[in-house]
Write a protein that binds this ligand. Structure first.
Ligand SMILES: Nc1ncnc2c1ncn2[C@@H]1O[C@H](COP(=O)(O)OP(=O)(O)OP(=O)(O)O)[C@@H](O)[C@H]1O
Length: 232
């Protein structure tokens, strides 16, 4: 589904990502963990097209997308939830979902009702202004908005951030259901070990812009790799 081939990227003259190569196969739920400043958001921005790599290639469904602007990548079928969610606080829940549908309008499918089934709290609050909802509810809205146009790949940047623990578990379960029922491939970056272990099938570890390991989730807890590269 997604392949990164020796990707280097950064800000201006400051390199952040160094020779990142990874592969996310169709139907997988894959994660990347690393501490603050390790380069996780930079990697997400590079995949969605908000940052241009200085070298390397990005392939989506076997085709290079490295020259595509972000909106074309979205229309090819990549949904993205940024770290700060970027919901529109003055728009209602339903209006926010409509924006998500517009971003992916090339796709024939719209999943408004499916999203309300997965996230009943959003159904209850269809006409509520998004800015009045809790952090967890806003995160759910951001995920639903990224999914409403039926992308093939969903990218989540720290989905547990600013979300209370009970809702983190709920989000983990819903991401799993969406992956199973809709076949959506998922790639997320996180610092939260519990969320990562509960949600993922395979986990990459990043430290100072370099991939240092790849582990199954049941080896994450107590692992020396995690001690060395994740614990602050
Ligand atoms: N817009 C920017 N301009 C310059 N440097 C930046 C910018 N954004 C991030 N950086 C730097 O790039 C490095 C990686 O940051 P990034 O946000 O990718 O880390 P992260 O792993 O997502 O961390 P966090 O969990 O804190 O979001 C850091 O050294 C950071 O200071």
């Amino acid at each position: 589904m997604l392949e990164l081939d020796e990707v280097n990227a950064g800000y201006g003259r400051t390199p952040v990502l160094h020779d990142i190569s990874m592969e996310i196969r169709e139907g997988e739920v894959v994660s990347l963990i690393g501490r603050n400043g390790a380069g996780k958001s930079t990697l997400m921005k590079t995949i969605i097209g908000l940052l241009t790599p200085t070298s390397g290639d990005l392939l989506f469904k076997g085709e290079s997308i490295v020259d595509d602007p972000a909106e074309r990548r979205a229309r090819r079928g990549i949904g993205y939830v940024p770290q700060d969610k970027e919901i529109f606080p003055r728009l209602t829940v339903h209006e926010n979902l409509k924006v998500g549908r517009f971003v992916n309008e090339a796709n024939d499918r719209s999943l408004f009702e499916e999203m309300y089934d997965y996230f009943p709290i959003l159904d209850e609050r269809r006409n509520q202004k998004a800015g009045t909802m809790s952090g967890g509810e806003q995160q759910m809205l951001a995920i639903a908005r990224a999914l409403v146009g039926a992308p093939d790949l969903l990218l989540l940047d720290e989905p547990s951030e600013g979300v209370q623990p009970t809702i983190i578990e709920e989000i983990s379960d819903i991401v799993g259901e969406i992956n199973r029922d809709m076949g959506t491939t998922v790639f997320f970056v996180e610092q939260n070990l519990d969320f990562t272990i509960n949600t993922t099938e395979r986990c990459y570890v990043i430290d100072t812009g370099e991939l240092v390991n790849e582990l199954p989730p049941d080896e994450l807890r107590g692992s020396e790799v995690v001690q060395q590269h994740i614990t602050v």
